[in-house]
Design a protein around this ligand. Structure first.
Ligand SMILES: Nc1ncnc2c1ncn2[C@@H]1O[C@H](COP(=O)(O)OP(=O)(O)OP(=O)(O)O)[C@@H](O)[C@H]1O
Ligand code: SF4
Ligand SMILES: [Mg+2]
Length: 320
């Protein structure tokens, strides 16, 4: 199967008064069509920046992004605009991402207008009605405004808008985190149904490990701009290697009474993403850190089939 998205050594640095902030640093992966790659890691590790660079909302500092075999980096503005219709984003907070002065139908119609997809106003109206139906919004809400709706319905508008141009790839940036738990499941089910029907490919960013376990085919764990572990979701929950992944997954409660899991607490200071020091960025919090970890940055390696880890300690032990 050929990858819809091939990312090679992607970097995004931000200039700050204190130096260069390495938000995404040397991230490489492939994402096959119709699949979901979950991205997890603590706040500030670069998840949203990665998502925004992938769909060209932010310009990459370095690296390559191949979308259906074409390198997006270095494309002319017109080519990027054409490509952007196939790459969309769903934001965490549907309220702040929707223009409060526009009605539901106007918000959904906006991308169709920008890309001049419909030949007449009638066709536009019909297409908006169709999109509302697809995401489960009743027709009578067409003239409502975002503030009149609850979080779940607002997120449905965000999804309809993202679907308007028939995308292939959608970055879902914490799409259910701001919603009530009961509504989260409805929105996740809708997104999964849409994926099946339309063969959509998702990059699914979340803090919620139970959600990512449920929705992702593969998971990427990020720490301070680096990808530290990546593999199939089931495999990761069964067996994981990076000390940071272990700590992260230890925080998920086990829903069975009587089973207690030891939570691995992360101690030590988080190192700065600005002008990062050489070596492993997790070293200040890692119980396995050795001298080498402070001078040599670990490289991502395939330690088992399709299971990638960047850690000197994991490399040194016999895992088979
Ligand atoms: N426009 C910007 N200018 C400077 N620094 C930025 C900018 N956008 C993000 N950053 C920094 O880049 C790093 C990664 O931020 P990002 O928002 O991608 O993290 P995140 O993993 O999405 O976090 P969260 O889980 O809180 O959403 C952070 O240190 C952040 O402060
Ligand atoms: S490279 Fe060293 S410091 Fe980093 S996670 Fe592995 S053992 Fe810990
Ligand atoms: Mg974010």
């Amino acid at each position: 199967m050929s990858a819809l998205l091939e990312v090679k050594n992607l970097k995004k640095y931000f200039k700050t008064p204190r130096g260069m902030l390495h938000a995404v640093d040397d991230v490489s992966f492939d994402l096959n069509s119709g699949k979901t790659l979950g991205v997890v890691g603590e706040s500030g590790c670069g998840k949203s920046t990665l998502g925004r660079v992938l769909i060209n909302l932010l310009e990459a500092t370095d690296g390559e992004i191949f979308f259906e075999g074409n390198n997006v980096i270095g494309m002319k503005k017109k080519q990027i605009k054409d490509l952007r219709q196939y790459m969309q984003i769903i934001f965490q907070d549907p309220y702040s991402s929707l223009d409060p002065r526009m009605s539901v139908s106007e918000i959904i119609a906006e991308p169709l207008r920008i890309y001049e997809v419909c030949k007449s106003n009638d066709e536009l109206k019909k297409r908006v009605q169709e999109l509302m139906k697809i995401v489960g919004l009743t027709e009578r809400l067409a003239n409502a405004y975002p503030h009149e709706l609850d979080g779940g319905r607002r997120q449905r508008i965000g999804i309809a808008r993202a679907l308007a141009l028939n995308p292939k790839f959608i970055v879902c940036d914490e799409p259910v985190s701001a919603l009530d738990v009961s509504i989260q499941a409805q929105i996740l089910n809708l997104m999964q149904d849409l994926q099946k029907e339309r063969g959509l490919t998702y990059l699914f960013i979340t803090h919620n490990l139970s959600v990512v376990k449920h929705i992702s085919d593969d998971i990427m764990v990020m720490y301070l701009g680096n990808m530290v572990e990546k593999c199939n979701t089931k495999a990761l929950f069964k067996r994981n290697f990076h000390p940071y992944t272990k700590a992260l997954l230890s925080a998920i409660p086990i829903p069975q009474i009587g089973i207690e899991k030891r939570r691995i607490l992360l101690e030590g200071e988080i190192s700065s993403p600005i002008n990062p020091k050489p070596g492993c960025r997790f070293a200040s919090r890692c119980i396995y850190a050795k001298e080498r970890c402070n001078s040599e940055q670990p490289v991502l390696r395939e330690i088992l089939a399709d299971h990638f880890v960047a850690c000197h300690y994991v490399e040194s032990i016999n895992i088979l």
